[in-house]
Write a new protein. Structure first.
Length: 148
């Protein structure tokens, strides 16, 4: 079952951008908490992304893709969630628009399959596993000589 794509909060987006900028992990949480005093979260996010990408268009990419993540159902509540969580800052990364398109549709990072190809391959394996085995006939097949 496909889950709806969850909204990524501004605080998570800012922590992802700060991580990519090279901010030490110990400072990221403090910077995200104190931004409300100096500037708003979206103003800080805009500033960091401007520093990272200048004028290039950018996208926030889930790595691994949401369609390729394990989905676990909570037995108590009945809700389904992704593993790792969809909004986990460690599994998000900002990429240029073209790099995101290439990773999603053409080829993955390095020499890997694209996200779409991995999903197709997984679905094909699942379909193959659920398909019943072919039942061979119980009698031997007629030879060619009997058809003449």
């Amino acid at each position: 079952m496909r889950l709806p794509r969850p909204y990524v909060p501004l605080g998570v987006r800012l922590s992802v951008a700060l991580r990519q900028l090279g901010t030490p992990p110990s400072d990221i949480a403090r910077l995200v908490e104190t931004t409300s005093r100096n500037r708003t979260l979206d103003a800080n996010l805009y500033w960091v992304l401007k520093k990272l990408f200048n004028t290039e268009l950018y996208h926030l990419d889930h790595d691994p893709a949401l369609e390729n993540r394990l989905q676990v159902k909570n037995t108590r509540t009945g809700k389904i969630r992704y593993v790792p969580d969809a909004n986990d800052p460690r599994s998000l990364i900002y990429r240029t628009k073209e790099d995101h398109r290439l990773k999603t549709l053409v080829r993955g990072d390095g020499a890997q399959l694209s996200d779409a190809a991995i999903a197709r391959k997984r679905k094909r394996k699942e379909r193959k596993a659920t398909r019943p085995k072919y039942n061979w006939p119980s009698r031997p097949l007629q030879s060619r000589s009997s058809f003449r």
